[in-house]
Design a protein around this ligand. Sequence first.
Ligand code: GLN
Length: 519
Amino acid sequence: RRRAATLRAAADPTSAAAMAAAVRAGAVTAEALTVAALRRLTAAEPTLHAFLTVDADGAMAAARAVDAAVAAGRRVGPLAGVPLAVKDNLCTAGVPTTAASACLANHVPAYTATAVSRAVAAGAVLLGKTNMDEFGMGSSTERSAFGPTANPWDPARVPGGSSGGSAAAVAAGVTPLALGTDTGGSVRQPAAHCGVTGYKPSYGRVSRHGLLAYASSLDTVGVLAPSVADAALLGRVMAGADAFDPTAVADAVADYSAALAAVDAGGGAPLAGLTVGVVTDERVAVDAAAADAVAAAVETLRALGAAARPVALPRLPSAVAAYYVLAPAEASANLARYDGLRYGDRGAAAGAATVGELVAGTRGGGLGAETRRRILLGTYALSAGYHDALYGRAQAVRAAVAADFRSAWGGGVDVLVSPVAPAAAPLLGAGDASPTAVYAADALTVPPSLAGLPAVAVPAGVCGVTGMPVGVQFVGPAMADALVLRVAHAFQGVTDWHRRRPPLAATVAAAASAAAAVV
Ligand code: GLN
């Protein structure tokens, strides 16, 4: 019986915490968990294309090292033996890191991002690198130079983006944990579109060292997971000061798991005393499924003991415009290094006669259309004569949005709740016609990013038209990550949305056990 339970744990990718506990107890080996995850990956990839690189050999070696530590009675971390997928804009020493850009197709870093090395130090086993929109610029993972990722709930639909490969991998049950990055919604929106949990930490809570920069004042490293409990486990491991990133703040990191345990021990009203602000703004259009999910979530939070009331954020509708000036402006500076001289494959420009032709050829040939659009927009916004009118005004709007949030907190609101996206996942190709319509769909994820706030996206409903998952997000004051995780965990304690799995997850699991039976 014990062996059967052990094998079930190995095959069940819905709890990272349970997997790690089984490894630490010696009930299952990290090697067995890794083999099972690789089999699920093999079964899922023809449908999904969630991964750009699979490091099977590295994963097996890392798993055996964890098993050796367990066997020797050495201390192993809270993620012992848990298979981990990592977005391909986080550097991994010896493992290709492309940011889904053709110009980095052959880039193999010499060092590992702090977020990744901390996860690995805690026992996580890096399985591979996930697909994304090039450099994080997009909302669908279709802006990858290496082809799109499909949504596990419906392969005709996008998984969201830019961390779409990570979200799809977790939703399909390939790995129980994945790292993503969130500049303006890239962890939360794919989490919502794929029906998984997405945690975007406060700006500065997690080191950005080793993250290929998109917009440095907005970039954060976050988690995609089957539950808030698992997201908190990895979030805690990554958090804290880092000598390699001066913007990683030194404040003590709260014990997220203890905050969640208090909810579990708290009886019937774990959110008593908290006030939830419901973001209400008729100027930001959301569809019925998104509105219904928020309304139902508010009732759930009330049942958990929270008070709820509407909150207006007056500058909310200006946030997208400001973001799409500021993020491209920072990107235009950050991406200047991909010039074929410092970084970036020269490609067809290798034989250029002049330096100018080499740089122009490298950038023109190696960067995708959306990336080039952002560089052009950002360069324009920073140019003499337009700097004050565009960049300066956008900075003023950013400050005003942050002030709106501060007055909500000052007015007695503890956390805010809103939809993640205005609608569920669209069909592949639906965003091709209008980049600005795609940008507009970031209306609710961008404001917390501009203010550097922590946010957790959780599955909270289903679209009645498409059957696709719909998410809501909880947003809190800067550095109140533990509070936001606590509220989201309490929500998951009394709801089942996060337990729904796409049919593909069962198919993948069955194919993986069939493969195991053959071996
Ligand atoms: N969709 C937004 C953009 O394209 C957010 C992306 C992100 O968070 N990396 O910029």
